[in-house]
Structures are given as structure tokens and as C-alpha cells.
Design a protein around this ligand. Structure first.
Ligand code: IYR
Length: 224
């Protein structure tokens, strides 16, 4: 390529810690993340939008294929949109619970006491709807390639729920599939596919979660 202009290389901004301090720092983070639970009962207490923005700043910093950042976070607080999203989700979930999910699937879900009623979608102050951009699309309609879209958006969502937890907010990773209704209600462009619906708020004061075992780290890890 002639006259190719590349961004300059700059020194890495990185903090390296002594082993002891590094271990202490990661243990604090792990202890905190291990306390995270998916919540299905939310308070209507308001959340400062500055906290939401900081959470999304963390998510938006995620690594992505060729740094294309193939995501859009739609932050919904409008009551009418939340109602429409609840109605759309409940319509799909009714079909899921009454026929689309297999008996094995329904049995696997019994411990969560879930059903097609998704009242929390209206109670919670914010719904963050994450869209994956299958390809890039600029104002003039020009397309650009995106790479490893599912992996990239999945990583960003992991960072989002970790940041939300650290801020003291609860999340639910909800996939009311099929999720096409979200693109319609939120009027998204053709290059965006709904990826995850994340209610974001404080838990209800009487929120409960199932007492579930998680596998031990040593069951999940093989060292070679
Ligand atoms: N989407 C449904 C069912 C559901 C599916 C899985 I996999 C879960 O881990 C939990 C629920 C619902 O939200 O009720």
C-alpha cells in the first residue's frame, strides 16, 4: 500500500506487582467475583447513570477481533420501552416453557424456579441490551468486516457483569430466545443482532437465590 499510515507504537502502560501483592490483589478480586450471583428479583431503587456509564466504559474496553469493538450497548430506562420488552420477552418465554424447551431442559431449570413471567424487566431501573455487530456499517452505509464477533461480545459482557458487581449492582444474563423482538423494539440497524439482555439494578431487599454448588476450581482446571 502506498502512503500507508499506521498508528505510532507507544510504551506499554502496565503495572507489575511483587508476587505477594499480586496474589493479594487477585484474591480480593476472586473473592468478590465468587460472591456474584445472578439475581431475578430487583428493587426499583434508582441507579446513578454515572455508575452505568462507568460499567459500560469497562465493557467497551474489552479486547476484540482486530479491535473492531463489534458491540452496541443500548441502555433502556424508558418505562414504555421496558414494558414492550417485557411483553416481547414473555411472549417468547411462554412458547419456550410450553413446548419449545425439551423435558430435560425444563427439568434442568426447575432449581431456578423460573417461568415465563418476567416482571423484573419493568421493575429494574435499567435494561442493558447488548447487540453484536455482524459487520461494521458507517453513516454512508459502507460495510467493514468484523472478526470473532461472538467471542469479542462475550468477553465484553463478562467484563460488564464483573464491573456491575464491583459497583454494587446486580445483573441477570437473560436470553429470551429468539431475541429478534429486541432489535425491532429498539429500532436497531440491520448489522446488529441481539446478544444478551442484562437487567441492571439493586437486588430486591428480600431477593433469594438457589443454594447451588459451583464446581471447585480444581475440578475445572488441568495443569500440564
Ligand atoms: N430463557 C428462559 C429459560 C432459561 C434458560 C436457561 I439455559 C437458564 O439458565 C435460565 C432460564 C428464562 O429466562 O426463563
Amino acid at each position: 500500500m502506498e502512503h500507508e499510515i499506521l498508528p505510532p507504537m507507544i510504551p506499554l502502560d502496565f503495572r507489575r506487582y511483587e508476587t505477594e501483592e499480586g496474589l493479594q490483589r487477585v484474591t480480593e478480586l476472586s473473592d468478590d467475583l465468587c460472591r456474584r450471583r445472578t439475581v431475578r428479583q430487583f428493587s426499583s431503587d434508582p441507579v446513578d447513570p454515572a455508575i452505568v456509564r462507568e460499567i459500560l466504559r469497562a465493557a467497551n474496553s474489552a479486547p476484540s477481533g482486530a479491535n473492531k469493538q463489534p458491540w452496541t450497548f443500548v441502555v433502556v430506562s424508558d418505562p414504555d420501552l421496558k414494558r414492550q420488552i417485557r411483553e416481547g420477552a414473555e411472549e417468547e418465554e411462554r412458547k419456550n416453557y410450553s413446548g419449545r424447551m425439551s423435558d430435560e431442559w425444563l427439568q434442568d431449570l426447575r432449581q431456578f424456579r423460573t417461568d415465563a413471567n418476567k416482571e423484573y424487566l419493568e421493575t429494574v431501573p435499567y435494561l442493558v441490551v447488548v447487540f453484536a455487530q455482524s459487520y461494521g456499517l458507517d453513516q454512508e452505509g459502507n460495510r467493514e468486516k468484523h472478526y470473532y464477533v461472538q467471542e469479542s461480545v462475550g468477553i465484553a459482557c463478562g467484563m460488564l457483569i464483573a464491573a456491575a458487581h464491583r459497583s454494587g449492582l446486580a445483573t441477570l444474563t437473560h436470553t429470551p430466545s429468539p431475541m429478534g423482538f429486541l432489535a425491532r423494539i429498539l429500532d436497531r440497524p440491520e448489522n446488529e443482532r441481539p446478544f444478551l439482555l442484562i437487567p441492571l439494578g439493586y437486588p430486591a431487599s428480600d431477593a433469594e437465590v438457589p443454594d447451588l454448588p459451583k464446581k471447585l476450581v480444581d475440578e475445572a482446571v488441568t495443569w500440564k
